[in-house]
Design a protein. Structure first.
Length: 487
């Protein structure tokens, strides 16, 4: 155990963020560089080393949290990094982007603020990179088997790295011009600077993984022909079809899906544009959707110089504290969350629904009309007399995703079966109905979290390895049917 009295003597302290006035002027990560290391050992010492560490249940990766907390407390950073990487290929991604269901399941969190597991994780991995402890791990011998991975998000990258290290020759196909999937173009720079992706890609290249960008399977290469070329295929294409809002005025200019808006801002940071083709500068911005993608749009709009930013959510405002009856420990509670983007300004409006958009004579959106809603007999109903309009010269739709893209022909060319929710169906080994074709991540699970994507990539890699060799020593932290702890 790290510090037997740590949870009694040390209060929770999290990473410090830079002042709002400073950070909205740039695209760097919002946290004060180096602010965690002076405090993180004591924070790790708050870990109780529980007899049954429920943080393991909250995390689908099965991260060895008490172990690397102990090493971090003792400042044995190399050992901490080894234990961290034992279950997670990319802790610098999860340490920055995961909503930390492990902390919701922390035993200390029953009656005290939980251990800052996420901050400890990112401190360990950042220290490991700075110390040169993260090195390529090429296989000792090659199997002679080849694998194609479709998609370079967290699930695809995790599967590719695991299979490469198992000795297979792996090629990752990505339809965008850079590797990373939503990590690259869906996550703003202020949440995760892309240097973290770039150096992982270089590590994977040194291990032997091949990367093929600007190739969309289904359009540029027939899926059936790809299957003939490789011994196995892993589909990790994500659930990229955005949920639309079919109301009058949707066709007006200035209304965009979040995943049309956010990538362009990231491309500016990559040097592809001087200014984004879609910008919030000088406009009243409305973001429809109250989740993390919506918050990303809010933070992006602030940095682009929006006149105002309003975020709409159809559901009621969540509570600030866990309800022990409806959201008992150790489930992941839906609580009111103030992200760094929300700290920077804007208005959040709950329990409202968009009725229609209003435009000018040139077809540009100018106003959004909304109405308050409430639950009655389990259904959302409009409240008469609550209709109003708000200025909206740029609207982003961030209402989630509905499934895998079928327009490119990938699903049909492979001849894949779908489940009742429109995801690619798979068995207990992540295998689809097509021999040698596997699926991992949101393409099979549906829209989920980055930590689940990495866990799926690792688990699917085991299924592929067994298919190719008859056996496998690769870990499989979750089954395809596993779900997050919930009521």
């Amino acid at each position: 155990m790290a510090d037997p009295k740590g949870f009694l003597t040390t209060g929770r302290e999290v990473a410090k963020t830079r002042p709002v006035a400073e950070r909205v002027k740039d695209w760097n990560e919002v946290y004060v560089p180096g602010s965690l290391l002076p405090i993180i050992s004591k924070q790790a010492g708050r870990c109780m080393d529980c007899g049954i560490p429920f943080c393991h249940n909250g995390c689908p990766l099965g991260n060895l949290i008490p172990e690397w907390n102990d090493y971090a407390y003792r400042e044995d950073w190399q050992a901490a990094s080894e234990r961290l990487h034992a279950t997670n290929n990319f802790p610098e991604f999860t340490g920055r982007l995961c909503p930390a269901p492990c902390e919701s399941a922390c035993v200390l969190g029953i009656n005290q603020p939980a251990v800052t597991i996420k901050n400890v994780e990112v401190s360990i991995i950042d220290k490991a990179w700075d110390s040169g402890d993260v090195t390529p791990q090429p296989p000792e011998r090659l199997s002679g088997k080849t694998v194609a991975v479709i998609g370079s998000g967290p699930a695809g990258l995790a599967a590719a790295q695991q299979l490469t290290r198992a000795g297979h020759t792996v090629a990752v196909y990505e339809r965008a011009d850079r590797i990373g999937g939503l990590l690259r173009y869906g996550i703003p720079e202020f949440k995760m600077e892309k240097v973290h992706i770039n150096r992982r890609i270089e590590q994977m290249r040194a291990e032997g993984t091949k990367f093929r960008t600007e190739i969309e399977i289904g359009r540029d290469i027939d899926a059936a022909k790809l299957r003939q070329r490789y011994d196995a295929v892993v589909i990790a294409a994500g659930a990229t079809v955005s949920r639309d809002l079919p109301v009058p005025g949707r066709e007006l200019k200035g209304i965009h899906f979040a995943m049309e808006y956010l990538p362009l801002a990231n491309k500016v940071q990559e040097g592809d544009f001087v200014a984004p083709p879609i910008t919030a500068e000088g406009k009243h911005v409305v973001v429809i959707g109250g989740g993390d993608t919506g918050a990303d749009c809010v933070g992006t709009a602030h940095r682009q110089g929006a006149l105002s930013v309003t975020q709409l959510e159809i559901m009621p405002k969540p509570g600030e504290d866990r309800n022990p009856v409806t959201q008992p420990w150790p489930t992941f509670p839906m609580l009111y969350k103030v992200t760094s983007a929300h700290e920077e300004g804007g208005e959040r409006v709950y329990s409202v629904s968009t009725t229609h958009f209003e435009g000018d004579e040139e077809g540009n959106v100018q106003f959004l009309h909304l109405v308050e809603v409430e639950f009655k007999d389990g259904k959302l109903e409009q409240k008469p007399g609550t209709e109003r309009r708000i200025p909206a010269q740029l609207v982003t739709l961030a209402m989630g995703f509905t499934g895998t893209d079928r327009s490119n022909g990938l699903v049909d060319q492979f001849g894949l079966e779908l489940d009742a929710r429109g995801n690619i169906a798979r068995d207990e080994n992540y295998a689809t109905n097509v021999d040698g074709v596997f699926v991992a991540g949101d393409a099979g699970r549906g829209q989920s979290l980055i930590v689940w994507a990495i866990a799926e990539g690792r688990s699917a890699a085991r299924g592929v390895d067994r298919y190719l060799t008859g056996t496998s020593e690769l870990p499989a932290p979750i089954r395809p049917t596993d779900r997050a702890l919930a009521v």
